[in-house]
Write a protein that binds this ligand. Sequence first.
Ligand code: TMP
Length: 220
Amino acid sequence: MSGHQNIPPRGHFITFEGPEGAGKSTQIAWLRQDLEAQGITCLCTREPGGTAFAEEMRRLLKHWQNPDEPVLPLSELLLLAAARAQHVETVIRPALLAGKTVLCDRFSDSTFAYQGAGRKLPEELLRTVDAAAVGDCIPDLTLLLDLPVEVGFARAGSRAATAGNYDRFEEEDRAFHEAVRAAFLARAAAEPARFRVIDAAVSPEAVRQQIREAVHERFA
Ligand code: TMP
């Protein structure tokens, strides 16, 4: 009974997952507005990244382009995990302990989807490496913004054309992105208490409404 009295109050940890083009950044900004209007202090962050050091790793992970030296899947995994370890210990955990609600654009589920289903690294390896980076910082709620691959392609494609920026992940073919989507959905089905699957193919306002309901239902 009294064991719980020693555990300090902790903010909620909410992660957003899904493909490029699902509208995660917009939805994170809107959820922050909604929560702060209720007096809940939020910290918005992203992976890979979220600290100065981890943002450097993000740049390498997304934009490294050298045909003479392609990035190995294992190197990719370890760099993502290094970025996550740094982010968890210096940003996420302190914010949660300070009572803030953390809204994070991607987290461990992206590793299982992209490096597992996409790059075909063994799940046991992913679990070991991810656990070392994350420790007990497990999301309380994961919103999976689900989208058919072709819709995500169309949205991300027009964004990339505007930005004119090579992206190693967006370069991958349809089979890769189908495998990523299937892996996200399988993880959501396996952990229904943590996940809510949001239909992201509808208008941004309609996505916002689904997210409001999911967050309210989870934390009410
Ligand atoms: P984004 O934040 O613009 O979506 O870019 C991040 C990219 O990094 C995205 O294509 C997915 C990829 N990624 C992984 O492959 N594994 C991971 O664990 C994370 C966090 C991201």
